[in-house]
Ligand binder design. Sequence first.
Ligand SMILES: [Zn+2]
Length: 302
Amino acid sequence: MESIIPLDLNFQGFPGVIAAYLLPHTHGAALVESGPGSTQDALQNALAVHGFLPADITDLFLTHIHLDHAGAAGWLANQGAHVYVHEAGAPHLLDPTKLLASARRIYGEHMDALWGEFLPVPADRLTALRDEDVVQVGRLCLRALDTPGHANHHMAYLFEDVIFSGDIGGVRVRGLETISVPMPPPELHLEKWRQSAARLAALPAQRIAPTHFGLYSDPANHLARLVSRLEAISSWIEQAMPSNPAPDQLEHAYTAWVQEQDRSAGLSAEQSQAVESVNPAYMSAAGIQRYWQKIRQAKAET
Ligand SMILES: [Zn+2]
């Protein structure tokens, strides 16, 4: 069995919230996720601990193009890594202008401090993946699984007995049982999310590795808890959204609900902050608003 080394990128000073996964092979290593541009130094240091330079990364597999997963992809590509990404995400790596403008609408003045630089990936270093594509890197073999719900350009990867679940497997900060659901605009789609979760649950996997964070040996249990959290969110949305709350009211109400969930799960204030660092409630509130208008109200009108 090949080894998988989780690298902790210490995002915003929080340990155990953003991972890149190192897969050594005979002539270097592959990486699943690059992390954001703001943690390039942390990535370089974590690689060095295991005897690797950034230039030793031959292949980089991205679950999707959000800044916390793919921000350092261009930087690694410039040092020789070949990048794999969902075909719908590939154009945004070649030219990140629109992606960055959309992220700036969510993060505003905090954008640069949070995410750092996001360099484009050169076309000759990029492969666009489709559902069920299989990529072989030396002895390593990864199978791409189109898994929408969090974003339309999301791939999970099956590698031996491990699912690299990106964000579609939810957020499970290191050391916590709680699974939370990151729901950014504009492509959040809860029905697709449930289908993707069911697809992952049917895989022959013994472990699951969400990008946020770690390698867990209870994939069935993990995914069952994800589904129950999705159900709780759906019920909350059905109760909160018909009155069409203003964006700030929605953010306030959703933040209060998340805090109540955290409290009843026994999370400390510090643990809640760690979750919030990679899954801010204001981001999910914006995603819920967009989902409600674009998907639910559109469906109700037809
Ligand atoms: Zn994401």
